[in-house]
Design a protein around this ligand. Sequence first.
Ligand SMILES: Nc1ncnc2c1ncn2[C@@H]1O[C@H](COP(=O)(O)OP(=O)(O)OP(=O)(O)O)[C@@H](O)[C@H]1O
Length: 653
Amino acid sequence: MQNQAFNQDSADIDLGVKYTKNDWSEITINDRKSAAGNGSASGHASVLSAHNIDYWVKVSGGCCKSADKQILTNISAVFKQGMSAIMGPTGSGKSSFLDVLAGRKDPAGVRGHLLLDGKPVPENFKCMVGYVVQDDVVMGTLTVRENFSFSAALRLPSSVSTGERNERVRQVIKDLGLTRCADTKVGNEFIRGVSGGERKRCNIGMELIISPPVLFLDEPTTGLDANTANTVLMFLRKLSRKGRTIIFSIHQPRFSIYRLFDNLLLLSQGVTVYHGPAREALDFFKTQGFICQEHNNPPDFFLDVINGDLRALADDDQTVDDDLETEPVSQHDMLVEGFKKSQWNQRLRSEAEAISNEFESNRCNKGDKHEKIEYATSFGRQVGVLAWRSVRNLIRNPETAGITIGSSLLFSIIISAIFWQLGGSTDRDVKDREGVLFFLIMNQMFFNMSAVEIFINERKLFMHENMSGFYRVSSYFIVKLIFDIIPLRMVPAIITSCIVYFSVDLRPGADNFFLFMLCLFMTCLTAACLCFLLSSLIRVFSVAQLTLALSYVLMMLFGGFLIQFDSIGDWLSWLQYLSIFKYGMTALYIIEFKDRQFCNGTTCFDGNLSLAQSDMDFESTWDFWQNYVALAGLSVVFLILCYIQLRRMKKTT
Ligand SMILES: Nc1ncnc2c1ncn2[C@@H]1O[C@H](COP(=O)(O)OP(=O)(O)OP(=O)(O)O)[C@@H](O)[C@H]1O
C-alpha cells in the first residue's frame, strides 16, 4: 500500500527536466553565473557525480602516533535535479559523505573525484554551493529579512544593484513562506523569536539567496516536530521541482517524509548498500530476500535490515530466535555484495562511467573547467557589512554591554565607599592607596572574563560563514576588534576612572587622571585580547574560563607584588614579563607615588620608598612608558596568535 502511494506520488517526477521559468528564484545555473560569477552548464539543474570516493581521517593512536581511519570506501553516486537523501544507521558516514560532496572535508583525506556537470568541481567549491548545517547559523538579534540582506550583501557580487538584491531577499522570503515573520527577530537565548520551522527555513533562505546549483542539508529535520519537519521537506521538494539539486543526510524519516524523496543513497559502515530511485529501494531489498512488512515504515525497515535486526522481517505471530537477531556484519556484507551485482549498480556504473568518460575525453580541453571561485565582495564592503551587523547586534543585545557597565558601576561605587577621600598622611593611608590600585587592576582583569564569550558563542556562525565564502578572516577580525573588543573595554575604564579617581582622591592633575584612565583601558584591552585568543583556541566555555582564571592567578603571582622577584628564582622569573598585572600595577604606582611626599605635620612618607619597596624601576621616563608599550605588545601578540588560529580553523570541518 505504501509503495503504491509512493509510486502515485512520484509519478510526476521527471529528473533532469529542462528548466525554463523566468522567476529569479528559479534561476538556472547559467543565470547564476551571470549574477554571481560562479556558473556551470546552462538550462539544466546541475548534476553532481562522485567517482570512487574514499575518505580517511587521522586518529590519534596514542604515544604521539597517529593512524589513518577509513570512513568512506569506494562510493560512487550521481545526484540530479530532485530530492536525494543519504540515509544509513548512525555512524555509517552520512555526514562525512555529505561534507565530502560539498567540498568541506580536508582534501588530503579524500581520494576519487567529484564532477559538477561533468567538469571537475572548482577550487573553493564550498563557496559556490548552499550548505545548511544542522545547527542554527543565523544571527538571532537580526530579523529574518536582515539576515537575508546580510547574506545577499556579502555573497552576491557588487555588480548586483541594491534594488536587485532587495528583490532577491523579498522573493526568498516569499518562496519560503516567511512573509508573516519577515520583520521578526530570529531569536536567541534572550529574545523570543520565530518558531523552529521558520528558523530552519531562515537557515535555508540564507543559502538560497545565491541560487546555488546544488543545495546540501545536514539532517534538515533534526530538532523539528513531525509537522514542521513535513513542512520543511515539502518546501524542499517544491524547490527541487523548480530546478534544484537537493542533497541531504537524514537519519530515520517517517513515511510521509520518505515518500518525498526521489533518490536514495543507503550507507552502512561507509559503503554503499543501495543507490537509486527511492521508490525502488524496497524492490532491491526484496531481491536480497528481505521483504518489508505491510505496515512497516521503509526507512525503519532498511535500517533494521542493515543493523541485522530480523524482527523487521518476521510475521506478527512468529517469534524470532535470539541467535538470529544479530548478525550485522554478515548481513552488511551480504547487502553490499548484493548491491554490487544488482541492476541498480549496473545502472549507476553506466551513468557514472558516461560522465567520467566525457570528462576524460574533454580533459585536454583547457577551457573546460569551472572558474575559480573568489569572494563575491571586496575587503572594504565585507568590513562595512560586518560592522553594520556588529553594531545592530550590540544595540539589540544590551545584556552584554549592560553587565559590563553595571558591574563597573557597582565595583566603582563599592571601592569609593570603602576608600572615600583617603588622606595622605600616615603609613596606613599609603597602604590603602596601594590597596585601591591593586583592586582596580584586578577588577579590570577579572571583570573581563565575560569576554571569553566573544568568540565561543559565535564559533559555529563564523565557521559556517567563513567556509561558505561570506567574508575573509581578516574582515571578521578587524570588525570584531573595532566594534566589539575595543568599545566594550573602553566603557569600564572610563566609568571606573571617573568615579574612583575623584572619590578616593588620587593624585591631582589632569595629566595624571588621563594616564590613569589610559592604564586601566590598556590593562582591560590586553586582558580582552587574551580572552579572545583563548576563546578561539578552546571550544568549551567552562574550560576557557578556568584556563583564563589560572593565567590571571599566575600573572598576579609573578607580578612581583605578592612575592619579591628575588624569591622567585631565575628559572621562573621570566614569567613576570608575561604579567599584565605587573605592567598595569607598575604604571599606576608610578603615577600615584613617584616624587610625592605624604606629610602629616611632623612626619612625612616618601612615595618613592613605596616604589622601591615594591622592586619597581621608576626613575626614568622610559621606566614609566615601558609598561604601556609592554601592554600594547602583549595585546598585539595575543591578537596575532588569535588571527593565526582563526585562519587555521577556516579550511575544513
Ligand atoms: N574526524 C574523525 N575522527 C575519527 N572518527 C571520525 C571522524 N569523523 C568521522 N568519524 C567516524 O566516522 C564514522 C562516520 O561518521 P559520520 O558522522 O559521517 O556518521 P553519520 O552517519 O553522519 O552519523 P550520525 O547519524 O550519528 O550523525 C563514525 O564512526 C565516526 O565516529
